[in-house]
Design a protein around this ligand. Structure first.
Ligand code: FAD
Length: 464
């Protein structure tokens, strides 16, 4: 029987990164994964397949909307849905195989099966119990259920995000329940592919938690792209009917009962931590009232030698947050100083245009009671964005009015998900808005809009 320095449970972005870093630091490592392939939710049914479909559907949108304007006469471009799904699967396969290669390269044992923690230091997979000096729980999350709604991904009518990534055909109509990141990304995919998409959201704004100004602009842009929104609506049930499903909801403003029918209903009301079957109760590993594994500042659970990271613990449910925690906990276990700066974790919505944010929103910055200043720059003033016919949106930089220190940045526009990183780096270095304003940016790039927003925090943007 093997004894490991570390057994990681779950091979998502949190778990596999943790395993690789620990192996690089000289530890003997195994990673348990119950799925057929490595990579977790992110690679198999999350970030990667959704981005493949977003990319393909964006290409289609470009051919319909902008090709002719640029003098490109492509004729009528048709969608071969099975082939598009094949492209998505190939993208996933290439990435999951890549993790397998990295495991071999770093001499990490992949223990295939579902793990049970029998005691601190003991992990059972199938009929074998393995000894480990340390255990990291990286078991991730699953879609949360909505009361009164039964999801059946195989039937392809009432689906969650996993089902929506593999629908048997492109529906003519779709209701998305939940206007969060996943609902809007997948809703945009099907809208671009020709479905009439209606998004039903309980709150009065889309993308809860984002900067208010961005929320409003984003909704306007999506509405222009054909998505319909019903906000302030409490869904009470979904039933299958002839040709699809019916969603019933009550409008919160007047309690009136309403209903919508569509060929497909996507339930995208969030995700919950997944720790089923691990045996946490018996071990005395404490969880929060929402089911997350409780950890201290070093990702240690209430049981010494057992750590937890990623979607299974509180915090933003994002792959890169899980990866950062994976690296940091491996370093901690190896006797180094693992660190994650939770103040600088970007969030991106990969629609077109993209939406990206880091740090405080205007509302949260004001709520701290400090004096703030803001620099805003529209992409209409950016030559590169205009040349690409992507001049919708803006960059908004928020800084402390007294110290000029950058507190947050919110971008809605082309390449927002890439551009946000210069602000992340600036924030990591404790930069002032003026530091960005003084940094020469290549012309013509969309990143110039970030510099202009920084200039707008001082004496003024040039092209606004
Ligand atoms: P997971 O990726 O969920 O991996 C956990 C793994 O543990 C799973 O493979 C599971 O099979 C395994 N496991 C669980 N229990 C056991 C057990 N007992 N024994 C063995 N194995 C076990 N995030 C982003 O940052 N960017 C995006 O663009 C993005 N897009 C997304 C799109 C969709 C449609 C979805 C659903 C999610 C998206 N996310 C995105 C979120 C992202 O996928 C998660 O935040 C991330 O995967 C969390 O990583 P993790 O390692 O904590 O867990």
């Amino acid at each position: 029987m093997s004894t490991y320095d570390l057994i990681v449970i779950g091979a998502g972005p949190g778990g596999y990164v943790c395993a690789i870093r620990a192996a690089q630091l000289g530890l003997k490592v195994a990673c348990v994964e119950g799925r057929e392939t490595l990579g977790g939710t992110c690679l198999n049914v999350g970030c990667i397949p959704s981005k493949a479909l977003l990319h393909a559907s964006h290409m289609l949108h470009e051919t319909h909307e902008n090709f002719a304007k640029m003098g490109l006469n492509a004729g009528h471009v048709e969608v071969d849905w099975p082939k598009m799904l094949g492209y998505k699967s190939e993208t996933v396969g290439g990435n999951t195989k890549g993790i397998e290669f990295l495991f071999k390269k770093n001499k990490i044992d992949w223990l295939k099966g579902w793990a049970v923690i029998e005691a601190a230091g003991k992990v059972k997979v199938g009929d074998t119990t393995y000894d480990a000096k340390n255990i990291v729980i990286a078991t991730g999350s699953v879609p949360s259920a909505l009361k009164g709604v039964t999801v059946d991904n195989d039937a392809g009518i009432v689906v969650d995000s996993t089902g929506a990534l593999a629908l048997p055909k492109i529906p003519a109509s779709m209701v998305v329940i939940g206007a969060g990141v996943i609902g809007l990304e997948l809703g945009s995919v099907y809208a671009r592919l020709g479905a009439q998409v209606t998004v039903v959201e309980y709150l009065d704004a889309i993308t809860p938690g984002m900067d208010g100004e961005v929320q409003k602009q984003f909704q306007k842009i999506l509405a222009k792209q054909g998505l319909k929104f019903v906000l302030g609506a409490a869904v009470s049930g979904v039933e299958t009917v002839e040709g699809g499903a019916k969603v019933t909801y009550a409008l919160r403003k007047d309690n009136s009962e309403q209903a919508l029918e569509a060929e497909v209903v996507l339930v995208a009301t969030g995700r919950r931590p997944y720790v089923e079957g691990l045996g946490l109760d018996k071990l005395g590993v404490q969880t929060t009232d929402r089911g997350y594994v409780q950890v201290d500042g070093h990702w240690q659970t209430s049981v010494p030698g057992i750590y937890a990271i990623g979607d299974a613990v509180p915090g933003p449910m994002l792959a890169h947050k899980a990866e950062d925690e994976g690296m940091a906990v491996a370093e901690t276990i190896a006797g180094k100083h693992g660190h994650v700066n939770y103040d600088v974790i970007p969030g991106v919505i990969y629609t077109m245009p993209e939406v990206a944010a880091v740090g405080l929103t205007e509302e949260a910055a004001k709520a701290t009671g400090r004096k703030i200043k803001m620099g805003k720059f529209p992409f209409m003033g950016n030559a590169r964005a205009k040349a690409a016919m992507q001049a919708e949106g803006f960059v908004k930089l928020i800084a402390d009015a007294d110290t000029d220190r950058i507190l947050g940045c919110h971008i809605i526009g082309p390449n927002a998900g890439e551009m946000i990183h210069e602000v992340c780096v600036a924030m990591e270095f404790g930069a002032a808005a003026q530091d960005l304003a003084l940094t020469c940016h290549a012309h013509p790039t969309t990143s110039e809009a970030v510099r202009e927003a920084a200039l707008a925090c001082g004496d003024g943007a040039i092209h606004a």
